[in-house]
Structure formats: C-alpha cells, structure tokens
Design a protein around this ligand. Structure first.
Ligand code: SAM
Length: 282
C-alpha cells in the first residue's frame, strides 16, 4: 500500500507500508515510484526507497532490494551448486527479479539454465528498472520460459541437476509451489544426484510453513537440510531455505566462485548449523 502517511507526521509524505502480519507493519520512506503496473497476475511496483534503494514489491510484499537482495540470491544459488558434484542443467522456478539466474550464470561449467516465471512483466520490469539486480551480459545458456511452474514441473520431460524454487510467499499463483504434489513432480525431473532447494519462509513468524515444507520434503527425498540467512527486509529478518536430495547432502567449498558479496567458504562450511530454536522447531 502506498499512501500519504500524514498521520505519522513525517516531513515528506510518500511511504510504502508493508503489512507483515495482522499486528505488524513496516514503513519504507520512498524517494520515487519508478514503475507501478498491474500485470495479469499481480500488482508490480518498483520504488526507490531511502534505506534499501530500489525495491521490487509484488502485491504489496517486498521481494528484493538493491541493498539486501544479494544475501538471498547468493544463498539460494551457491549453496545448492556447491552441494552438487557437477551441475550442468539448472531449473529455476519463479525468480522474476533475475537475481538468482545472475548468480548461477557465474559458473562457466553450467550449460543450461531454464527459468520458468509465471509473470513476464516482472522479468521485463526488473531488467529495465532494476539493473543492479537483474542486469547481466547476454548469456545464451539462459532460457526464459513464461509459464506456471506447477504445470511446467508436472509436464516436463527433461531432467535437471538442480531445481531452485525462488517463489513469492504462498499466496495467489505461488500457493501450489508449496504443495506435496509439486515437490513430488520436482523429484521426478531431478537426476539421481539432483538437488532441490526452495525458499521456506521465516523461522520467526512462519514456523509452521517452514516445518511443513521440511516434513513434506522428508517424506519424498532421502536427505533434507535447512539453512538460514538474515535478510533485513523479510518478515522477522531471519529467513530459511530448504534443500532436498535423493542422496546424502554435503557441500564442497572448493566449488564456490569468487567475487560474491555474501557467501564465502566459511559461510558454506557452516551453512547447515542452525540456531537452537530452529532445530527444535523442526
Ligand atoms: N526473493 C523473493 C522472495 O522470497 O520474496 C522472491 C523472488 S521472485 C520475484 C518470486 C517470483 O515468483 C515472482 O516473480 C512471481 O511472479 C513468481 N511466481 C509466483 N508463482 C509462480 C508460479 N506458479 N510459477 C512461476 N513463477 C511464479
């Protein structure tokens, strides 16, 4: 919701309010609204905020920002790549801001990256107005497929080494990206040494969603591991990712490319160390 927040008596009046939960709102002061359009799927806003820089907002939920988006994008990509013996074919479902695909493209031995995003307008807007996150050189390994990831996974005949679900929260078109049926369909399109990873919501505020994802994946895959990172603009700050594999998961730090802003070998080595309350909640 973007509004003139005069009741809060701020000097300038343009604010975006994110309704995090019933009793929690976070206000971002905005310099400028850069893009504001309704696509067939959602309300897409790109705003320049004072503290987080350019910010992608879908249906009033912050998706990524120039200031902290790299934390999420590096953790959802480099950890699974370093957990695979030699990935060549990658599937990303969602990821419309193109931050994840940009990280994967850093690995020269990856041959093919299929990105299945339901909303072409998110990709176009991110490429045009959010170049700090989406901007990259033309890369012929990347195939943009504009389709529903749920349907794609069900009908897909290809096999992938890594499948990354970089989805929005389980609302609207993303709901089925959190279902057992979808996770089983992903299992079928993964090679035997394949790795699956998804963003699995807040361990602070959405513990039940996180736990459900973890338990559902455990019922399908041989090994499931959760890891976390702090992403300041996500509800509760601490965010979770869940990885699943048909084999034992182990991360090899020597595979990590250099030049990242967040992930380094020390973070990779300890990525599956969880805070005590997160361990207990699983
Ligand atoms: N990092 C972000 C976060 O956790 O908030 C998510 C990034 S990305 C912008 C999420 C994308 O998932 C959106 O662009 C949205 O259009 C896409 N999406 C939602 N449901 C989808 C579906 N069923 N199939 C494919 N993409 C979907």
């Amino acid at each position: 919701m973007i509004k003139n927040n005069t009741e809060l008596e701020y000097k300038t009046s343009l604010w975006f309010t994110e309704e995090e939960k019933e009793n929690l709102r976070i206000d971002y002061r905005i310099k400028e609204i850069i893009y504001d359009v309704y696509s067939p799927y959602q309300h897409i806003v790109i705003a320049d905020t004072y503290d987080f820089g350019k910010t992608l907002i879908l249906d009033d939920a912050v998706q990524t920002t120039v200031t902290d988006g790299f934390i999420y994008n590096e953790m959802i990509t480099h950890v699974p790549i370093c957990a695979h013996p030699g990935p060549k074919n990658i599937l990303i479902i969602g990821g419309g801001d193109c931050g994840a695909v940009k990280e994967i493209a850093k690995y020269p031995y990856i041959e093919k990256i299929d990105m299945v995003e339901i909303d072409e307008m998110v990709v176009a807007a991110s490429k045009k107005y959010l170049k700090e996150i989406a901007g990259m050189k033309q890369d012929n390994r990347i195939n943009h497929i504009f389709a529903d990831g749920v349907k794609y996974a069900k009908e897909c005949k290809e096999l992938y080494d890594i499948v990354i679900v970089d989805s929005s929260d389980p609302i609207g078109p993303a709901v089925k990206l959190f279902s057992a049926e979808f996770y089983s369909n992903i299992f079928k399109i993964l090679n035997d040494d394949g790795i699956f990873v998804c963003q699995s919501e807040s361990p602070i505020f959405y513990t039940s969603i996180m736990k459900k994802i973890y338990k559902t994946l455990q019922s399908i895959y041989k090994d499931v591991k959760l890891y976390t990172a702090t992403v300041p603009t996500y509800p509760g700050g601490l965010w979770s990712f869940t990885m699943a594999s048909k084999n034992e998961i182990s991360v090899k730090t020597d595979k990590l490319v250099e030049g990242n802003q967040y992930v380094n070998k020390e973070i990779l080595e300890s990525c599956f160390c969880l805070p005590e309350f997160v361990k207990k909640s699983l």
